[in-house]
Design a protein around this ligand. Structure first.
Ligand SMILES: *Cc1c(COP(=O)(O)O)cnc(C)c1O
Length: 358
């Protein structure tokens, strides 16, 4: 096989270690969130490495994601975490998925279909999905007839704000108290909530980001290993004189005679333009500043200080030698959400999987 120009390396052993860390830390069953093609890492390899850990269920967003797992032979529970349109309920039923429901009409429709297990979602302040925490009593008749297998809510600021967690938990408790019967599973913790506290009042965790190497935020007490390494080769090298500029818009000007490497990654690969002049690369384990605006297929690096040859690999995210460019560090320096940066890496970059064998 010809060497790749640019690729995303996914460390499946690190995914497994991160999942084991979540379970050891929380002491709770886990529902790994594998929506969005496992945050763009590739859902099937990720699920294959998680299967031996026997998670309680997998979390997806849309029926097609659940169908893909069923087609791959996954028989474990699969829970849908966005509201269903009427047609989605039919697909969920056909694929044996567990929908999240929150209206009397939906719950009745699911029951008429002979739907099986479903989860009730409570809106405690995110205001994105679910029945309002103080309106649960309006569902009592339908809940008494068709009780949910699980009840959950979703935190809106678990990375930043302990008070918001406390408020949402108290609203959640109020909602649970209004149910006609206590469900077998009550849960809420996403990655930042799980990572910041030693014990949880709930029956399961629901992490996504942590599994894929995103930190749980400034209050986290456990940290994930890096999973994603984005690498691209040097295509060309040139010297430019002091005062010359680099790339579109001439946003970077050489303060001295500079060795410029053209690296084979750009915004068509999901390497966001917002990273222009904000990120570093790693070349032979040493930091080199990425300079000038990110273009569609290429981005430049200042390699004046490091020996460089055409074909050498520049790591723009992840680890090279003893240096690591973390998702959180790279994204936040450029004012991006690390989730968005990770999810954007789904276009042209081939995935190269490392590890994953037991
Ligand atoms: C995406 C999502 C999660 C996982 O969130 P992370 O911050 O990635 O851990 C959990 N629950 C729901 C409802 C979600 O939509």
């Amino acid at each position: 096989m010809a060497p790749l120009r640019a690729w995303i390396e996914v460390d499946l052993d690190a995914v497994r270690r991160n999942a084991e860390r979540v379970t050891a830390h929380s002491g709770l069953p886990m529902i790994p969130m594998v929506k969005g093609d496992a945050y763009a890492l590739g859902v099937l390899p990720v699920v294959r490495v998680l299967e031996p850990l026997a998670p309680h269920a997998y979390g997806v967003s849309v029926p097609a994601e659940g169908e893909e797992l069923r087609a791959a032979g996954i028989s474990r529970k699969i829970i849908l975490y966005t509201p269903c349109l009427p047609h989605d309920l039919l697909r969920a039923h056909a694929a044996g998925l567990t929908p999240s429901l929150s209206s009397a009409e939906q719950i009745a429709a699911w029951a008429v279909m002979g739907g099986g297990a479903w989860h009730l979602v409570i809106d405690t302040g995110m205001h994105r999905e679910g029945i309002a925490w103080d309106a649960v009593d309006t569902l009592r008749p339908v809940l008494a007839a068709h009780p949910p297998a699980g009840v959950y809510t979703h935190f809106h600021s678990a990375d930043a704000d302990a008070e918001s967690i406390a408020q949402q938990e108290s609203r959640f408790a109020q909602a649970v108290a209004a149910l006609p019967s206590r469900p077998a599973l009550m849960y809420a913790d996403n990655s930042p909530a799980m990572a910041r506290r030693a014990t949880s009042p709930f029956g399961a965790t629901r992490p996504g980001a942590f599994l894929y190497g995103l930190s749980g935020g400034p209050h986290a007490v456990i940290h994930p290993d890096p999973v994603v390494h984005v690498r691209a080769r040097i295509l060309e090298l040139r010297w430019i004189e002091a005062g010359e500029t680099v790339s579109y818009g001439a946003t970077w000007r050489a303060p001295r005679r500079t060795r410029v490497a053209t690296v084979a990654i750009g915004h068509a690969d999901g390497w966001r333009r917002a990273l222009s002049n904000w990120s570093d690369g790693l070349l032979h384990g040493r930091r080199v500043p990425m300079i000038g605006n990110v273009t569609m297929d290429m981005t430049m690096a200042d390699v004046t200080e490091v020996e460089a040859t055409v074909g050498d690999v520049v790591t723009v995210l992840g680890t090279d030698g003893t240096e690591t460019l973390t998702l959180d560090g790279v994204a936040t320096r450029a004012g991006l959400s690390p989730y968005e940066l990770l999810n954007g890496l789904r276009s042209r970059l081939p995935h190269h999987y490392r590890g994953g064998h037991l």
